[in-house]
Design a protein around this ligand. Sequence first.
Ligand SMILES: *Cc1c(COP(=O)(O)O)cnc(C)c1O
Length: 484
Amino acid sequence: MKKLLFEMGRPGRKGYSLPQLDVPDRSVDELLPAKMQRKAPLDMPELSEGEVIRHYTELSTRNHGVDSGFYPLGSCTMKYNPKVNEEVAGMPGFALVHPLQDQSTIQGALELLYKTEKELKEVTGMDRLTFQPVAGAHGELTGLMVIQAYHRAKGEERTKVLVPDSAHGTNPATATMAGYDVVQIPSNEQGLVDVKALKEALDEKVAALMLTNPNTLGLFEEEILEISKAVHEVGGLLYYDGANLNAIMGYARPGDMGFDVVHLNLHKTFATPHGSGGPGSGPIGVKEKLTPFLPVPLVEKDGADYYLNYELPQSIGKVHGFYGNFGVVVKAYTYLRMMGKEGLKQASADAVLNANYLMERLKKTYYLPYDRVCKHEFVLSAREQKKKGAGAGDIAKALLDYGYHPPTVYFPLIVEDALMVEPTETEGKETLDGFASTMEEIAEAINKDPEKIKSAPHTTVVGRLNEVKAAREPRLRWKRDDLK
Ligand SMILES: *Cc1c(COP(=O)(O)O)cnc(C)c1O
């Protein structure tokens, strides 16, 4: 077992060396009133700088990231993520501005927000964007609040939001949080929205349909124009979950498909690394008729000057402090400018090509329930392997032994023992072939001895964890007394 810093510390060791003091040494009593001073000595480990650095460096290698290996975590994976973005976002002019500075001193930052909005309007086919939401789910909530405000402004109280059964879990969760009743729409045998069932669910109580296109099976909803027409006919709006825009960007636009609101995950598609909860950015774009309801402020341009517009009387208000996670927008802008129009198209094309390549190879070993050309991802079923004794979860654990991050498992729910694979645009053929060989090897191992796969992983820092116990009885706090 690796020792904690508390166990490694020895009294008197120091992690720093300071130069001789060349100003008067003022006592604590001079600086802090007695009643504000700590009485008991501070119980902290004492270590040398080298010991601390080694400790944390070693810990950092225990995690799997896109910088350490293949990471095909369907839907939620990180797409192309160039390091130059970090450099730009770290420039003092961007990193050190304060949101309360006078507008005349942050013209560059405002210009960047304005220009990123312009680029993303082009990519999505929307009329206005706000960067305030800081996650995809946060964008969904903001979008539904805007939709609600729009209907209310027309004197309508609509109560339902339609969500396909293949939707990302955040969609029904968000609709519920926004106060709507969720109506689930089934998929047909091709894995697409059952248009007949959708039409039967449509009435004047429907506020919106939330849709991902391509859906989470990686399949493009070919009836999208008919779907959007039908929803609009009853006065409902269309919400596009654009978390994974690398499936279509440069080729198709939500705005042209009839969508009224779209959220993007800048921390998936537009080059900000994600994980551990942040920082993210889930901007939403809306059509003209919804712009009066967007959060304040919007960034506007007057002649050569950029300014913040708070004059939106029908705005839903603010959904986050200031302008959202500005640093993430800097990275997205850098990415957009580095890639250019052709580069974005190339990213989508590569993402789709990689997914289809891998799908064609893996469907020989794993059951592919919806066998059609996919977009950025595809969903296999481990049902045959499960019959032999080891299912999707076991395969995911076994992949860890080979140094791969597993695909998303058990989602979408409409596929039994789902393995949702998204290779992304960044991987080369050798990586894809290596992963496919490993998946084949695991399937072969299940044929021979499923118990071996059921007890994986065998080579990681910790073995198989009890996930239920971890969720039901989380121990989130470590107490110093635990050592004694
Ligand atoms: C990741 C994802 C979301 C949610 O984004 P968060 O930033 O994690 O809140 C929503 N929809 C889809 C399809 C996603 O892949």
